[in-house]
Design a binder for this molecule. Structure first.
Ligand SMILES: [Zn+2]
Length: 143
C-alpha cells in the first residue's frame, strides 16, 4: 500500500534484516528496548484474523529466531507483543520483538510514566543492528 509507513519501511534494505516470501523484519529507529524490532507480513493486512497459515508460520519462525538471538545476547528474555487495530500508530499488522528489561514488562512500560525510552539509533547503528540480526536470523532459517 503506497501510503503505509510499514509497507514503505520494508523497502529500506539497510534496516530490513529479513525478507522472505511472505514476511519481513525491520530494526526500529526508535526502539523501546535495545533489541526492539518488528516482524510483519509483506501483504498489507490490518487484522490478525486476516493472516493466512503460511504467513503466520513464516512470521513465527522469524520471531522464534529473534527470541533466541535476544536470549543469547542479553541476560533477560524476549517479549513478543502484537499491535491492535485502533491501538497503534500503524494500521499494518505487526509484532514487536524486544528484550525484557530488568524489572520485566512493568519496567518496559516506564516510558508511559515519564521515563526515557532506549535512545534512538543513529543511521549507522541501525545498519549495524540490521546486519547483526540478518546474519543470525538467516543462519537459523533453514526451512
Ligand atoms: Zn502496509
Amino acid at each position: 500500500m503506497a501510503d503505509c509507513a510499514l509497507c514503505n519501511a520494508m523497502e529500506d534494505k539497510s534496516t530490513t534484516f529479513y525478507e522472505g516470501k511472505l514476511a519481513a523484519a525491520i530494526v526500529l529507529t526508535h526502539p523501546v528496548t535495545e533489541f526492539h524490532c518488528l516482524v510483519l507480513p509483506k501483504r498489507h493486512v490490518t487484522r490478525l484474523s486476516e493472516l493466512r497459515a503460511d504467513e503466520l508460520k513464516e512470521m513465527f519462525g522469524i520471531m522464534a529466531r529473534m527470541s533466541s538471538f535476544i536470549e543469547e545476547s542479553y541476560p533477560g528474555s524476549a517479549v513478543i507483543a502484537i499491535n491492535r487495530k485502533g491501538n497503534s500508530t500503524q494500521p499494518h499488522l505487526h509484532f514487536h520483538v524486544f528484550n525484557s528489561t530488568v524489572g520485566g514488562i512493568r519496567a518496559m512500560l516506564a516510558p508511559a510514566l515519564g521515563k526515557e525510552f532506549y535512545p534512538p539509533y543513529t543511521k549507522e547503528e541501525l545498519m549495524h543492528r540490521a546486519e547483526e540480526y540478518r546474519k543470525f536470523v538467516s543462519a537459523k532459517l533453514t526451512d
